[in-house]
Design a protein. Structure first.
Length: 292
């Protein structure tokens, strides 16, 4: 069972509403490539943080955090249960934990963004690896936005970016559930998901978004899947090479996220394919609440 389906089933049973932590699902129009749940799949369950910003919006984790926390507060005021689902380690921590973000410097950032445009993310990733190999090992070479941010913080503070990540302290009390999956099954599910995306019209979606300015969108154009399809549309990749690159990049990202989540002792892990998984989640939820 996937995260969203599990969250929907839980929400149906405990009067819940979903709050997403996937920054790309927050972008209007990026549907197939982000596996954004459809109205039919949600079965009437409200899902916040979908279609929040236009494609031209530059991802800002602080803005995202504030909007997500506002949604969580409003759900609580309605006497319903907020269920935070999906997303990356960074966005989940930003929403649920005390997370102070280092300062920014527009001049330094502009310089690295110019290098990104000139040399590409892989070259900039090599520079980051020289300055901070630990952080470089935790950022995909194609993720130009995060590479620029890490280099900016390193230059501002004179310290490795990784050393500034705070110890987890909850801002919003939560019960945290992770779905445990072996690598073979995870890789297989990613292959199946990518093929489904392509069958469902992912290339046509990117073509439409390209006509609306996707190539110039600072964050959306570099999203996993979208950047590879754009390369295909421009003739830089063949169809099969595009598919293979999407699969490879997605698998690599998933493995990295899995390693990061494993470092959080607050997460209670359950097998992704356990029978009656929803029951297991809700039993654990009740056990935690009754012990408090």
């Amino acid at each position: 069972m996937g995260k969203t389906k599990l969250a929907i089933e839980c929400a149906q049973r405990i009067h819940g509403e979903l709050v997403g932590t996937d920054s790309m699902q927050a972008v209007t129009g990026m549907d197939i490539g982000t596996a954004k749940p459809t109205i039919e799949e949600l079965e009437g369950i409200p899902h916040h943080m979908l279609d929040v910003w236009p494609m031209s919006h530059k991802a800002d984790v602080v803005q995202f955090r504030d909007l997500a926390r506002k949604s969580i507060a409003e759900i609580g005021q309605r006497q319903r249960t907020p269920i935070v689902v999906g997303g990356s380690v960074l966005y989940i921590k930003a929403v649920l934990d005390q997370f102070d973000f280092p300062a920014t410097d527009p001049i330094i950032r502009a310089r690295y963004e110019a290098l990104l445009d000139q040399d590409g993310p892989e070259k900039l990733h090599e520079l980051l690896a020289q300055k901070d190999p630990v952080t470089a090992g935790n950022i995909l070479p194609g993720n130009g936005r995060r590479i620029v941010r890490a280099l900016e913080v390193i230059e501002i503070t004179g310290e490795p970016y990784n050393s500034r990540l705070p110890e987890p302290v909850e801002e919003i009390p939560s019960v945290r559930i992770g779905l445990e999956i072996d690598r073979v099954s995870m890789d297989s599910r990613i292959v199946k998901r990518v093929d489904q995306m392509l069958d469902f019209g992912f290339v046509a979606e990117v073509e439409r978004l390209e006509s609306e300015g996707l190539r110039n969108a600072p964050t959306a154009s570099r999203a996993i899947g979208y950047s590879q399809v754009l390369a295909y549309l421009s003739g830089d990749l063949g169809a099969e090479e595009m598919r293979e690159k999407i699969i490879y990049t997605t698998q690599k990202f998933a493995r990295r996220q899995q390693r990061w989540f494993r470092q959080d002792p607050r997460i209670h892990w359950l097998p992704w394919n356990r029978e009656h998984l929803t029951d297991s989640v809700l039993i654990y939820f009740d056990e935690v609440l009754s012990s408090q």
